[in-house]
Design a protein around this ligand. Structure first.
Ligand SMILES: [Zn+2]
Length: 320
């Protein structure tokens, strides 16, 4: 998919949300390599307004999500409230099966620093859900100052709410291989060339940006223009970084912060450049610092054990 077609798809998704003014350009210009803080905003005032509010207020959908998540919390005996009271839920689309795609807004809308948190892209990795719910609770009880945090706690609801949570979405696509990155590859799920063994868990889609959940993430990046993206996965036990050099030092600090809670692996070869991933698209193609926290276990039992490691990294990643 070329950039023009991706822009059309994102525009179509945004147009389905009322109160959203679609920005003219699908992505912000690449930021200076010397500063990942917000550059002066010289867009027309209407576009600035569009960047200020994402999606439409959806308290009922948020409450319904929290009730379902609470049942999951109790199943796994996580001993916590799934959602704190008073979260501001907003809807930015629907999944392939019609589930609302929701974000929670925390901090200050017009803060000079914005951080986008994307979780449960792969719902068979359960520790990120524990970490994300703890994040919501902590940020709600002690709202961050000088930073706007937008959290999409459940990027792939269709994958989570099936009988056995799956890595892929309802249409069998790996959402972290479906971004219209310059390196998107239709053969991504054929890792053993010549043996005709397809790893369907990593199917990138027939074309890039075909999935509503991919468009959801692209819309958030396009509208919010975050200074940093934090995404949670498991079970590699590392902190991966994609993006301009300006973010490397922060990635090293976050890695160091995690080290007292878990063993940090070096970036394995398999994680070199993952075609069609969020890191490739947002980090490498568009220059937005993109930090991927990989917790060392996917098992829900390990959620409480590794959440402190995520929190330690997050405190570094959310610091101005
Ligand atoms: Zn994952």
């Amino acid at each position: 998919m070329n950039a023009r077609r991706a822009a059309i798809l994102v525009t179509a998704l945004l147009a389905s949300c009322t109160h959203v003014i679609v920005p003219e350009r699908p992505l912000p210009p690449r930021r200076s390599a010397h500063d990942d803080r917000r550059a002066p905003d010289r867009r027309p005032i209407e576009d600035q307004h569009a960047a200020l509010r994402l999606g439409t207020p959806s308290p009922a959908a948020g409450a319904a999500l929290c009730r379902r998540l609470q049942r999951l919390v109790e199943t796994h005996r996580w001993n916590m409230n799934a959602c704190p009271d008073g979260l501001e839920w907003r809807q930015v689309g629907v999944s392939a099966l019609g589930e609302p795609l929701l974000i929670a807004e925390l901090g200050t809308v017009d803060a000079p620093l914005s951080v986008l948190v994307l979780s449960m892209v792969h719902p068979d990795e359960m520790t990120p859900l524990h970490a994300t719910l703890m994040l919501l609770n902590r940020l709600a009880s002690a709202p961050p100052t000088g930073v706007r945090v937008v959290v999409a706690p459940l990027v792939n609801p269709d994958g989570l709410w099936r009988k056995e949570p799956s890595r892929s979405n309802a249409r069998g696509v790996d959402l972290n291989r479906n971004f219209p990155a310059t390196d998107w590859a239709p053969t991504r799920h054929l890792p053993w060339k010549g043996k005709l063994i397809a790893d369907l868990r990593r199917f990138p889609g027939d074309r890039p940006a075909t999935e509503p959940e991919t468009l959801f993430q692209m819309a958030l990046v396009t509208m919010l223009r975050p200074h940093r993206i934090v995404t949670l996965h498991a079970p590699w036990g590392l902190l991966d970084y994609d993006g301009p050099e300006v973010g490397l030092e922060r990635a090293a600090l976050a890695r160091e912060a995690m080290r007292s809670f878990m063993r940090i692996r070096k970036r394995p070869r398999a994680h070199g450049r993952v075609s069609g991933s969020l890191g490739s698209w947002a980090g490498r193609d568009h220059g937005i610092p993109c930090y991927t926290v990989e917790l060392p276990s996917s098992h829900p039992y390990d959620g409480p054990r590794f959440t402190p490691a995520f929190w330690a990294a997050f405190e570094v990643l959310v610091t101005p």
